[in-house]
Design a protein around this ligand. Sequence first.
Ligand code: GDP
Ligand code: MG
Length: 163
Amino acid sequence: MLPLVALVGRPNVGKSTLFNVLTRTRDALVHDEPGVTRDRNYGVARPEGRPAFAVVDTGGIAGEDEGLAGATARQARAAAEEADVVLFVVDGREGPSALDDEILQWLRRTGRPTVLVVNKTDGIDAQQALNEFVRYGLSDRIAVAASHRHGVDALLARVYAHL
Ligand code: GDP
Ligand code: MG
């Protein structure tokens, strides 16, 4: 069985975009509407010259008044709990939100190795975007722009460090 990497985060941060970049498919629905990916969506990443790993995209934790207890969130939590590495995706333009804080608390309890992926850093100061999340205490953090494929190689290096 392939090692499993889970994409977790609130809706609209770019999880599905990153899923598509990692798996080189257009399977995941990328949408401006939050919460488009309802169920878990599995794919395989086959980076050149490196071992393959499975990737699971999730619908995102939240959805209006659902919070961490909602059906979509349950899927995301189940995915994270079975993952070898969790990619906690956040929006580098918006900075930390209350929902991100909530997800972080829960992720800490799962004890899964977690990489903080600060996405959408195209056209902004990536270092500053990263700094906004320092208080999250995740030493493993990286700035990317999934829709531009920026930072993906560096992200892969972080992933393989945990596999
Ligand atoms: P998800 O709900 O977390 O799966 O987010 P999506 O992958 O569906 O993306 C939500 C929106 O953010 C879409 O409009 C994407 O095109 C946009 N997006 C994703 N990644 C980036 C990025 O790196 N930079 C910018 N500027 N927009 C992005
Ligand atoms: Mg999605």
